[in-house]
Design a protein around this ligand. Structure first.
Ligand code: PLP
Length: 393
């Protein structure tokens, strides 16, 4: 496996050694139920609360504002459906045209229940225009953009924003948009799944009401995530059961996963900034040299702020599907579109929302790096890519 070059870190990241060993120790010695009153239970409770403080610290929150979940998808479901459960059905929800499938699916479900859904557009570089956003906040009909969500009219009660897009890495100016939304009385959810560990996050500077996180995107384990909840009274739980997570999410806590997430958050807070600079330099070199060596390569959204690790490249006239297969045979792991939609023949809804045509969207490959990516791997990946593009082009 070690000769593989893993450039698919927006799909998932390799857990850090410190994460794996903390989880192993928890499975061996910290297996008690954190709700049990005996000594072993209290030790498990302490481990969960330590992790809660570590996750809170990473995003500038208070520990009591963190609810542990099973991952980004559950956090998003809890944030959106949990909020909408307390909002009259006639009040619209607004989402972005380039949001993740988890957000789109909850919005579709809300639409089927009769709730109006507005979709705010992105421009050709993947950004949300403030003017279009403000119009939707003022109750203009939201563009459905082929997402099959219908067209809403009326000021939304809840707005969902994506801090960093999983396919293009485009970073959203959350603070500005959240201010606009709050000025019109809307509650703001931020999908920060791809942003955590890659950009500094301060939920208070953002002014967000709800923020979704997922551990496996920042070198933690899969199957665990968190939701930042500013005002606990605004949210109805989706998972009904025991009084865990301050009555916001019933069920015995995934103690090893939570401990792993805590360690990943601690290490993201301490070593994150140094890793970000190194990764950005590698990503920039990959893009610069590929554009120099190969004709017909375009970097998606290169003119706007992007995640340090993400490169979405369009190889004109080349099928992304064939290229990914050939790369995989040569030992390079990358993706087209999001991991969740790969395998489907539909071109990426993100690139379509940005105005790319179908042939362009079908020629897009995403390379996503991590702190484990080495300069030697980037050199090898570029040589392989250059050879394969000549064969396939
Ligand atoms: N939101 C974004 C932007 C994502 O990229 C993903 C996963 O790819 C999710 C949400 C879902 O997170 P999870 O895989 O933890 O359910």
């Amino acid at each position: 496996m070690s000769d593989l070059i893993y450039l698919d870190n927006n799909a998932t990241t390799r857990p850090l050694d410190e994460v794996a060993s903390a989880m192993r120790a928890c499975l061996a010695d910290g297996y008690a139920n954190p709700s049990s009153v005996h000594r072993l239970g209290q030790r498990a409770r302490h481990a969960v609360e330590t992790a809660r403080s570590q996750v809170a610290h990473l995003i500038g929150a208070a520990p009591g504002e963190i609810v542990f979940t099973s991952g980004g998808t559950e956090s998003i479901n809890l944030a959106l459906a949990g909020t909408l459960a307390r909002v009259p059905i006639a009040r619209p929800v607004a989402i972005g045209a380039a949001d993740h499938q988890a957000v789109l699916a909850v919005a579709r479900h809300a639409a089927r229940q009769g709730r109006p859904v507005a979709t705010f557009p992105v421009d050709e570089s993947g950004r949300i225009s403030e003017a279009a956003f403000a119009q939707i906040l003022d109750g203009a009909p939201g563009l459905a953009q082929g997402l099959n969500l219908g067209v809403a009219q009326g000021p939304p009660a809840l707005v969902s924003l994506t801090a960093a897009n999983n396919e293009t890495g485009v970073i959203c100016d959350i603070a500005t948009l959240a201010r606009l939304a709050h000025a019109r009385g809307a509650c703001v959810h931020v999908d920060a799944v791809q942003a955590v560990g890659r950009v500094a996050i301060d939920v208070r500077a953002w002014g967000a009401d709800l923020v979704s996180l997922s551990a496996h995107k920042f070198h933690g384990p899969k199957g665990v995530g968190a939701l930042y909840v500013r005002d606990r009274s605004s949210l109805a739980p989706l998972m009904l059961g025991g009084p865990q997570e301050g009555l916001r999410r019933g069920g015995t806590e995934n103690t090893p996963g939570i401990v792993g997430m805590g360690v990943a958050a601690r290490l993201a807070a301490t070593d994150g900034a140094a890793a970000v600079e190194r990764v950005a330099a590698l990503r920039d070199r990959l893009e610069r040299e590929l554009c120099h060596r190969l004709p017909g390569v375009a970097v998606v959204a290169c003119e706007v702020p992007r995640l340090c690790n993400t490169s979405c490249l369009i190889f004109e006239g080349v099928s992304a599907e064939k290229l990914l297969l050939a790369l995989s045979e040569a030992g390079v792991c990358a993706s087209s579109g999001s991991a969740c939609s790969s395998g489907s023949l539909e071109p990426s809804h993100v690139l379509k929302a940005m105005g790319f045509d179908e042939p362009q969207a079908r020629s897009a490959v995403r390379f996503s790096l991590s702190r484990f990516t080495t300069p030697g791997e980037i050199d090898r990946a570029m040589d392989l890519l250059a050879a394969l593009i000549q064969r396939l082009g």
